[in-house]
Design a protein around this ligand. Sequence first.
Ligand code: OGA
Ligand code: NI
Length: 320
Amino acid sequence: MEKNIKFPVVDLSKLIGEERDQTMALINNACENWGFFEIVNHGVPHDLMDNVEKMTKEHYKKSMEQKFNDMLKSKGLENLEREVEDVDWESTFYLRHLPQSNLYDIPDMSDEYRTAMKDFGKRLENLAEDLLDLLCENLGLEKGYLKKVFHGTKGPTFGTKVSNYPACPKPEMIKGLRAHTDAGGIILLFQDDKVSGLQLLKDGDWIDVPPLNHSIVINLGDQLEVITNGRYKSVMHRVVTQQEGNRMSIASFYNPGSDAEISPASSLVCKETEYPSFVFDDYMKLYAGVKFQPKEPRFEAMKNANAVTELNPTAAVETF
Ligand code: OGA
Ligand code: NI
């Protein structure tokens, strides 16, 4: 943690002008060596972000806090006498935008909050598609390649997980969110600009993803590791709890559609590939039970449908 490593921050405005090549190289390096980067000057209006943050915090207080405290009570987590490894210290709800929106089915959202989340979701969807094309360019894949793979017959799945990580009296006893890699495609995270907590695993050390006002944190999911034949990696990350402050995070997942066929891009495979080919939904069925386990056995299991049962997926988690 104390190592002097600089988390990659990419200024997207530099894609226009003489620093374009350098900026593309920075993105490529981040995708190859971090699985994460943080973007600024991304075009999402700052006042919209401020509004979304303010309304998410109000919504938590009004509609979520009591439920979170009830959960602590019912799970016996109020006193945290020993380390807890099967529960996360988080309060969440999920919005789906694509293929069909559920925005109007979520209870307790004000009209203004819904409108802001719809606008925010649309802008992040466009940003995700622009970022996928930047990845294509760096990978030597034709423009639109990743978007096309993700499309399947029904279009991509795009959803937002709205989370709050309330202050925790004993952070050493429980994680806000246990270590995992994300299953899907590309993830865009709008995180609290004051309360930190997100960490990624790099070369055996947990590194903080620093809060940076109005930035968006990008990370790559397991599908991009498969499609790029391992050139890009999905990286383990987790959220640690804090004694002070409630951390807000809004994670938007741009994933393949359920029937999208995923396989390593042929131009990125030299001899044989170590990665499997599969239908995305089959991967998600497996992932739901083994999210908090390493990804390698998942990839292995997908090569052999019978092996999936050996991984013994049990606890289903709600996830994108
Ligand atoms: C996730 C995740 C991080 C965060 O939901 O998959 O990694 O900061 N979230 O909420
Ligand atoms: Ni994640």
